[in-house]
Design a protein around this ligand. Structure first.
Ligand code: AMP
Length: 531
């Protein structure tokens, strides 16, 4: 047939080219670990990325080779992403909070050839250097001397044409946090990354345009900072980065730079609230806050909404690039009461165009979208995993490309999705399921409760019964009876924990989630007083 359209491969360098050409002067502000601040622009990021690409080629790197980073959020980390990807390489962001054993495993498994790291992580490098078998070059983002990032790119002229190739080439590698067994690598392609970025800028997702000023608290090593470095370039937004996640620093930066958008896991906002309560300060210009990574407690959503901030509750996984669903305002939003809107936001939102969801029971039977039938959540689409890096764990999807997320959820008739638990975290009592997530979120809504974890412990009659571990807020003397009284207003009687224990702290994963496996291990021989 005569006629047709231009066939451009969807490659990531097009994102940075666009930002540098159309939004060249839009700033990227970095607040470094030592307290200093620097400012560059999208044009500056693109120029330095080209220099880094030249330097990497000079070191002998070839398309497909992995360039690892151990770094917090700052402009040079952004340069590293675009530079490594631009020379045809694969950027591999390593989470510095992982255990040594995992850090060794991941870098060797990925066969990283270069590691670019923050000075703050020098102790990790000193400890593990001998065990990393493939890394040939070490570069320090904020170092001095010949191995510093600035020195490495200083010798290049930036006169460089990005490596071209098929859009299905890989561009980024992220490992799952691996709470059981070895972490598994998820290899994003140029195509999946660009399509995901385009989906993310939509109003119903991150709502980005060039007026947006975003401070992503989510680290660049957690599921590609939720894709923001790519979506931000597509929309030409201003980025404000902080290498430290202290609420005093964040709040001050947000106000000085007039930050409108932020994104992070729930614990980030808990810390911000404590800062607000203690000092009376608050982020004045925030319009949209995205919370994801674990379920956002109702009390948190409510408080942010009362400040006039739109809250996007997002669900996703490293395996889903990571956006699966995002906060959903319904068509009748303006007619809803405040309480009804909070209810709506407590759900994890709906899918943007591109991905599909379904819920299946244990036999694989697809469940109706009735807001009641719960089961395993499955997802498919062009930015969802097909196979783990080096085929770890075998096929990741079924014959129809459905990826089983391991989350338990319900789908509502309006398309919104609600996570009820991780499949392995549900508490099974007398053949019925109790959502540990619901219990925890409800508990943190009780005054004086800082953090809570619900787990199932052995019960001779019911199989499992819930117990609740609670970390009190500083200065609080909240009692078990008060917490039970609060819970009983919100959950069924048989959901109430058999015991409540107060603890000093709870273990977390490297991405700030409750480490349920460790908590369950600790309580595996626990005997209920009344059982
Ligand atoms: P990760 O790949 O480390 O980001 O972990 C993904 C997992 O985090 C998902 O499978 C969920 O269990 C959990 N998760 C992410 N976002 C949410 C959310 N908004 N509510 C509840 N769980 C979430």
């Amino acid at each position: 047939m005569l006629g047709g359209m231009q066939d451009f491969e969807l490659r990531v360098p097009r994102l940075i080219d666009h930002a540098a050409r159309e939004h060249w002067g839009r700033e990227i502000v970095s607040r470094w670990a030592d307290g200093s601040e620097t400012r560059t622009t999208w044009a500056g990021i693109a120029r330095d990325a080209k220099k880094l690409a030249q330097a990497l080629e000079r070191m002998g790197l070839k398309p497909g080779d992995r360039v690892a980073t151990l770094g917090m959020n700052h402009s040079r980390h952004l340069v590293a992403w675009y530079g490594a990807i631009g020379m045809g390489g694969v950027i591999h962001t390593i989470n510095p909070r992982l255990f040594d054993e995992q850090l060794v495993y991941i870098a060797n498994h990925a066969e990283d050839r270069v590691l670019i790291y923050d000075k703050a992580f020098q102790p990790i490098v000193d400890r593990l250097r001998d065990q990393w078998t493939s890394i040939e070059q070490y570069i320090v983002f904020d170092g001095d001397g010949a191995s510093s990032f600035e020195a490495v790119i200083a010798g290049e002229d930036g006169n460089y044409a990005w490596h071209e190739g098929p859009e299905r080439d890989p561009c980024m590698l992220c490992y799952t946090s691996g709470t059981t067994g070895n972490p598994k690598g998820v290899l994003y392609t140029h195509r999946s990354t660009v399509i995901h970025a385009l989906a993310e800028i939509q109003p119903a997702v991150f709502d980005l345009d060039t007026r947006a000023v975003a401070l992503p608290v989510v680290p660049m090593f957690h599921a590609a900072a939720w894709g923001l470095p790519f979506a931000g370039a597509a929309a030409g937004i201003k980025f404000v980065y902080s290498a430290v996640n202290d609420p005093v620093v964040l709040c001050d930066l947000m106000n000085r730079e007039k930050v409108t958008h932020s994104a992070g896991v729930p614990t980030v906002w808990l810390a911000m609230f404590q800062h607000m309560d203690a000092t009376g300060a608050k982020p004045e210009h925030l319009q949209l806050v995205t919370i994801g990574g674990s379920a956002a407690p109702r009390a948190m959503i409510e408080r942010l909404m009362k400040m006039g901030i739109r809250v996007n509750h997002a669900w996703g996984m490293t395996e889903t690039s990571p956006i699966g669903t995002m906060g959903a305002r319904s068509p009748d939003w303006d007619d809803l009461s405040f309480e009804q809107r909070v209810d709506q936001v407590c759900r994890q939102g709906r899918v943007p165009f591109g991905v599909e969801l379904r819920v299946v029971d244990d036999e694989g039977v697809v469940q109706p979208r009735d807001g009641v039938s719960s089961g395993r959540l499955q997802i498919r689409g062009p930015w969802i995993i097909e196979q783990y890096f080096q085929d770890a764990g075998g096929a990741a999807v079924d014959a129809d490309n459905w990826f089983d997320t391991g989350d338990v959820s319900v789908l509502h008739p309006d398309g919104t999705m609600q996570i009820t638990d991780r499949a392995k975290d549900v508490i099974k009592s007398g053949g019925e399921w109790i959502s540990s997530v619901d219990l925890e979120n409800c508990a943190v809504g009780c005054a004086g409760v800082g953090e809570a974890a619900a787990i199932g412990v052995y019960h001779p009659k019911w199989d499992e019964r819930p117990i609740l571990l609670v970390v009190r807020k500083p200065g609080s003397e909240v009692t078990a009876d008060e917490i039970q009284a609060h819970l009983s207003k919100h959950v069924a009687k048989w959901w109430l924990p058999d015991e409540i224990h107060f603890v000093e702290s709870l273990p977390h994963t490297a991405t700030g989630k409750l480490l349920k496996t460790a908590i369950r291990d600790q309580y595996k021989d626990f005997k209920l007083a009344a059982a």
